[in-house]
Design a binder for this molecule. Structure first.
Ligand code: SAM
Length: 311
């Protein structure tokens, strides 16, 4: 439903299976069978003979609604991500990602496939939305002059923070192909004069002079050695009174259900070395980069903001 854009096509009212198939580029008899199942799970509902309407639940699969899950669903169903979860038994048996064995390292794959890269960036943007709301309401940016968003993707988190803090400047840093059009996006948000886009790899260096360095959902993609390399480069670039803000889902020390435990399995499946970490594990990583764990702010939606200051 997400991939074919069924919800988008039903935005303006019910359609029959033939009409919907024509608009989605699908085979009508096959789509009709899918619609029957989708009605059973409540994301569409029958609206006359062979006609279907979108339900409120199904509206979350529209591209144009706030909190849309369409890009997330499309990315989770993308060939390589689907393969990774299907091959979990092999990954668990061998302790190495079956995804990496088949497709190579994720970010190298994305650099080779611009279409998947765009989808991934949209997925990150949608995913970050819930965390960003907590970030602007629960963290005090008033004394921050410049924030560097390290591996900030297309810059949606940075844009939200800059909009909420009119006195602040921002630098968006990510790989070349990811930030290629980020300047236009920031300009469209009216932020051209307060933002700068820098391309590069955090394994080489990150832009210097920031008061705050945000790393949102970055360290969990990497094993300890790589994570420490990234943190050391951040530490080197930071002003003496600067700080790093690490936004991650932190593993709690209990046996209750938590988003971090679920995401950790995705890290296991897709990255060699990537994992979610506990607060103590982050504190150890920080110490290896001459940083000290300070305040931890709960952002809601399962995410935490760990503040790290120079030792
Ligand atoms: C999980 S995404 C998080 C994106 C963004 N911070 C967010 O929360 O939406 C990780 C980001 O790391 C970037 N990245 C991967 N390798 C990198 C490298 N060597 N240098 C800089 N950025 C890199 C990716 O392009 C991607 O945008």
């Amino acid at each position: 439903m997400a991939e074919l854009g069924v919800a988008d096509q039903l935005t303006h009212g019910p359609l029959n299976a033939e009409e919907l198939a024509a608009r989605c580029g699908a085979h009508a008899p096959s789509l009709r069978r899918v619609l029957r199942e989708l009605a059973g799970i409540g994301v569409v509902r029958p609206a006359g003979a062979d006609r279907y309407a979108l339900t409120e639940e199904g509206s979350a699969l529209r591209s144009d609604v706030s909190g849309s899950i369409r890009s997330s669903m499309r990315m989770l169903g993308e060939e390589s991500f689907w393969y990774a979860m299907g091959k979990m038994p092999d990954t668990v048996r061998e302790g190495n990602s079956a995804f990496v064995a088949r497709y190579g390292e994720l970010y190298e794959r994305l650099a080779r496939h611009p279409d998947i890269s765009l989808l991934f960036d949209d997925y990150m943007t949608a995913r970050a939305d819930a965390f960003t709301r907590g970030l602007v309401t629960r963290y005090e940016f008033t004394d921050v002059g410049t924030m560097v968003d390290v591996a900030g993707g297309k810059g949606s988190i940075l844009a939200t923070i800059l909009r909420a803090n009119p006195g602040m400047r921002g630098i968006l840093f990510d790989l070349d192909h990811v930030v290629a059009h980020a300047g236009e996006l920031l300009a469209a948000e009216g932020l051209a004069d307060r933002s700068e886009v820098v391309a590069g790899s955090f394994f080489d260096s990150v832009p210097s002079g920031g008061d705050v360095y945000l790393l949102a959902s970055v360290l969990h993609n990497w094993g300890d050695d790589d994570a420490v390399r990234i943190l050391r480069n951040v530490r080197r670039a930071m002003k003496p009174d600067g700080r790093a803000l690490i936004l991650e889902v932190v593993l709690p020390d209990d046996a209750e259900p938590h988003l971090s435990k679920d995401l950790d399995l995705r890290m296991l499946a897709i990255f060699n070395g990537g994992s979610e970490r506990s607060r103590q594990e982050y504190a150890k990583l920080f110490a290896l980069a001459d940083l000290e764990l300070g305040e931890v702010v709960e952002l809601g939606a399962g995410a935490s903001l760990l503040q790290a200051e120079p030792i």
